[in-house]
Design a binder for this molecule. Structure first.
Ligand code: MOS
Length: 712
């Protein structure tokens, strides 16, 4: 096509396809386990079969003698590691990470207790079966339902208790009351790519090809574990095959790979099996919540009492943001929130897909639906009557909030006005149809990040920041933002990420990458462009670079200002769903889903839609399928595999998925006006589905997932 050279530069705001799409579909994108490292040998982990106790004896004789085995490491012979303190955002504030192979104490089922390194993977796996361990078991506390909750450590990141007004008295005096319990089981991230690390030492310098959502954090953590400088740990992680929070921390297997490599003097590859993904890379904690709402007959909330308890391990206290959204999402003068922790012999849970908000909103938005029914009021109307003018918890204005617009456009697209509110009033043959909705919110985070740009005389640009891309499209959105800021076509811009030799980026989590890394990329590109134009004395960048005949570089550290002290900053949304429930078999199909989001500026509508669809389907999994069955006797996960831990596949995705974005110009959140996507698309889905199921069947299910046995 002859007009390509004159076509306007596709830049920020354009629905361009992924710049790394071709690499991915042709299998040339290299994931952690795929790096061709010469001389690599293989490791397998032996894991505890008890949940609590001590290792009494270890016999590695047979394993040591097995073919191809290079070493068998246990707490008896593994090098002592310094494990210097080192924590950052994804690490729990309280407690200390698991120290692997350092002593004989077993704190949870599946804890790594030996590492076998052999020439081949098969040899390592076979020899691992020959390691003989005896234990002195101690009583294990693994039953979430029957363990007495404890008070969280006051030093953890979220408040234990908050109160405004007199919520108990207001609830007692309320004309209409809802007071219910909501349960969410443990859930696992289950990315398609299992965690993998290849570790290679050269003297005191370590290279890790690793699956991680934050290369710098992995380097910092492993450096602290081994007592070496962070600059001596090189972390390479250009592609991540899904993670959803599971790769925010450097979990014990990364240390084990490095330890195996140190002892054998060979590069060691350690790839977790699918089963191992359930015993050491975190999970969404099992939660139980009480949600009590009091309201006047005209539908004004007068009291909210929200209590939540969650599981954590004995060695770390991971705190889930269960109660955060309750404090500001709807207007209410009297609000009490209270958090409990249940310390169990399990491994530490972590952030997963809309962590905290997604669980808390299941309770809040389900309870609001129950309140709407008690009031005989439309659930959208109930929410509109309780729309706050500002954040009543922080007592700050919202930087922007488009909930009303989200309700309006999503309801219109969905056809909500045609809804008959009576349960079991709509059907399609043997299928009962139900329509439900919920509000969504997720905080807008903006974290420090740095970027570098190098403009070359040939008119091309190399831009870099040590970000990650676990799937949302960071490779692409950063290329777009750079091209936009430089005024160059996208095909002249190369963006590089996923390596800690690049400028430090924010963690690739909490929906903050575009805002944080994008702000740094934009600033660096603008600075380099201005510099080049000023030095060349022309106003065309390509011409300027040609004239200068040498590269022009800029590095920028982007730092958040004080906006978080002046504004309450969140993305908001609304999700409407149609379900069909088989009246005899209880099978639920989600037929249609409409999500509307006020998420600030949208850098790439195509990838944004794709990411929102992913989040919405994640919500289908949470609502209808995901459930790790933990044996209360011993902490074993009975369904630690893809056959029995059900997740949505294409056939489970709704045939109609509409993603709508409210145009928002929010100059407070960050220089780009981006609020972040991903988590916001997931948070309202499970309650919207449960509400739709109630509408279809008249049955209120308060314990996820809503499986057929709960409906028949
Ligand atoms: Mo996200 S759960 O912060 O990867």
């Amino acid at each position: 096509m002859s007009n390509i050279a004159h076509a306007p530069a596709p830049s920020a705001g354009s629905p361009v396809s992924r710049v790394d799409g071709r690499l991915k579909v042709t299998g040339r994108a290299t994931y952690a386990a795929e790096f061709p490292v010469p001389g690599v040998v293989h490791a397998a982990i032996v894991r505890s079969t008890i949940a609590h106790g001590v290792i009494a004896s270890v016999d590695t004789t047979a394993a040591q003698r097995a073919a191809g085995v290079l070493t068998v490491l246990t707490h008896k012979n593994a090098p002592r590691l310094p494990y210097h303190p080192q924590k950052a955002g994804p690490d729990p504030d309280i407690g200390e990470r698991l120290h692997v192979l350092q002593d004989n104490i077993v704190s949870h089922q599946g804890q790594p207790i030996a590492l076998v390194v052999a020439q081949s993977l098969e040899q390592a796996q076979y020899a691992a079966t020959l390691v003989r361990i005896t234990y002195v078991p101690e009583p294990a506390v693994t039953d979430f339902e029957r363990t007495k909750p404890a008070q969280p450590d006051p030093a953890s990141r979220y408040p234990i208790e908050t109160r405004r007004g007199d919520p108990v008295a207001a609830f007692a005096a309320a004309e209409v009351q809802v007071d219910q319990r909501y349960g969410i089981p443990r859930e696992y991230h289950n990315p398609i790519e299992t965690h993998a690390t290849i570790a290679a030492w050269e003297g005191n310098r370590l290279t890790l090809w690793d699956k991680t959502q934050w290369v710098h954090h992995t380097a910092d953590q492993i450096a602290a574990v081994f007592g070496i400088a962070a600059q001596d740990v090189h972390v390479v992680s250009p592609f991540v095959g899904g993670a959803f929070g599971a790769a925010l921390r450097a979990w014990p297997h990364v240390t084990l790979a490095a330890l195996g490599a140190r002892v054998t003097g060979r590069p060691v590859k350690l790839v977790l099996t699918r089963r191992e993904m359930y015993y050491g890379v975190g999970y969404r904690p099992h939660t139980l919540q009480r949600m009590a709402l009091g309201a006047s007959r005209d539908g004004r909330l007068s009291s909210i009492l929200h209590e939540g308890m969650q599981e954590t391990s004995t060695y770390e206290e991971y705190a889930e943001a269960l109660l955060n959204a309750t404090r500001f999402l709807h207007s209410c003068p009297n609000v009490h929130t209270l958090r409990h922790i249940v310390r169990l012999n399990v491994h530490t849970p972590t952030f997963m897909r809309g962590p905290g908000e997604v669980s808390g909103l299941f309770a809040l938005e389900s309870a609001l639906d129950e309140l709407a029914i008690a009031l005989q009021m439309d659930p959208v109307e109930l929410r509109l009557r309780n729309e706050p003018q500002h954040d009543e918890f922080k007592n700050l204005p919202f930087s922007s909030r488009s909930t009303q617009e989200c309700y309006r456009i999503a309801a219109e697209r969905f056809g909500w006005s045609r809804r008959n509110p009576a349960p079991r009033s709509m059907r399609d043959g043997r299928w009962l149809l139900g329509w439900g909705m919920a509000t969504a919110t997720y905080p807008t985070h903006f974290a420090p990040a740095s970027a570098h740009v190098r403009l070359l005389p040939d008119g091309t640009a190399q831009v870099s920041s040590a970000a990650s891309d676990m799937g949302p499209g960071t490779w692409t959105s950063m290329t777009q933002l750079a091209a936009d800021a430089l005024g160059l076509p996208m095909d002249r811009v190369t963006f590089t990420l996923g390596d800690n030799c690049l400028p430090r980026a924010a963690v690739h989590g909490g929906s903050m990458t575009t805002a944080s890394v994008g702000s740094a990329v934009q600033a660096a590109c603008r600075q380099a462009r201005e510099d080049a134009l000023a030095r060349a004395g022309v106003d065309d960048l390509t011409e300027a670079l040609r004239r200068l005949r040498q590269p022009v570089e800029a590095s920028v550290d982007s730092r958040p200002g004080d906006a978080a002290q002046r504004f309450s900053m969140h993305a908001f949304g609304a999700v409407f769903v149609e379900v069909a429930v088989d009246q005899d078999l209880g099978e639920v199909r989600v037929r249609r889903m409409v999500g509307a989001y006020g998420a600030g500026r949208i850098v790439n509508p195509k990838l944004a839609r794709s990411q929102c669809i992913g989040g919405m389907i994640g919500g289908v999994g949470m609502a209808l399928m995901e459930h790790a069955v933990v044996d209360p006797r011993n902490g074993r996960v009975a369904n630690a595999n893809f056959a029995e831990y059900a997740l949505p596949v294409h056939a489970d995705a709704p045939a109609v998925m509409d993603v709508l974005f409210v145009e928002e110009q929010d100059s407070h959140v960050n220089p780009l006006g981006v609020k972040g996507l991903g988590e916001i698309a997931m948070v309202g889905v499970a309650p919207a589905i449960a509400n739709a199921i109630h509408h279809a069947t008249g049955k209120r299910i308060r314990e996820l997932p809503v499986t057929p046995d709960k409906l028949i």
